[in-house]
Design a protein around this ligand. Structure first.
Ligand SMILES: [Zn+2]
Length: 223
């Protein structure tokens, strides 16, 4: 069976990785338009790097949880053809054993040159004066997709979802474009695994609700 899995912040929440959407979370002191847009980066790159340096440190200190491990096993050990698409910019899928992950919103641990497009492994601390290893421009940025930018690999993602026999959204509300469009593209069975039914619950054939570390391993076992 071809299984396409879309994961979001709810998967990494139990690993201690909050998002800036969390009320009272550690990132709420930052203004999204300042730290997660190309305009914000142009205006104050030091602030943007400070924000992502903190998130990168948080990521490095965190550990994959039972849900990441279950999905890693599913992808590497099962007879199914499993595509993992994630909105998360952490590397917990990889550390949880997944071999092939499509990071539609980029990765905290990668750097991108805004001048020439070169990508490389990000140092733990990035600064506005870092030089691109290829073109030497001081325009290095985190390789993450900001508001107003196009998510990566959308054509591949849409193809994988539309060809899947089963599309599963995990820890993501799937109410926001482009994730919202993916469930519409799925021609096979669709399911959501979330803490609680989302506004998009009606768009899925079925759902299972609870903490990701419980419901994801249970679901993988049931396959
Ligand atoms: Zn460059």
């Amino acid at each position: 069976m071809k299984i396409a899995i879309l994961t979001g912040a709810g998967l990494s929440a139990e690993s201690g990785l909050g998002t800036f959407r969390d009320k009272g979370g550690i990132w709420t002191k930052y203004d999204l338009t300042q730290v997660a847009t190309p305009e914000g980066f142009a205006a104050d790159p030091a602030l943007v790097h400070e924000f992502y340096n903190a998130r990168r440190a948080n990521c490095v200190e965190s550990e994959p949880n039972a849900a990441h491990f279950a999905l890693g096993e599913l992808q590497s050990d099962s007879a199914h053809e499993v595509t993992i698409i994630t909105q998360n910019i952490d590397d917990l899928h990889e550390r949880g054993g997944a071999k092939d992950v499509i990071h539609m919103h980029g990765q905290l641990l990668r750097a991108l040159c805004a001048n020439c497009g070169e990508r490389w492994d990000a140092p733990i601390i990035m600064t506005p004066t870092d030089l691109c290893p290829r073109c030497s421009a001081p325009q290095t940025r985190p390789d993450v997709v900001w508001f107003g930018e196009i998510p990566y690999a959308m054509e591949t993602i849409q193809q994988k979802v539309s060809e899947s026999d089963l599309f599963v959204a995990i820890g993501t509300s799937a109410t926001v474009y482009p994730a919202a469009g993916l469930v519409q593209l799925a021609r096979g069975e669709t399911r959501e695994l979330n803490l609680a039914p989302t506004d998009a619950a009606g768009a899925f054939d079925s759902g299972r609700y609870g903490p990701a570390t419980s419901i994801v391993p249970e679901w993988v076992q049931s396959l």
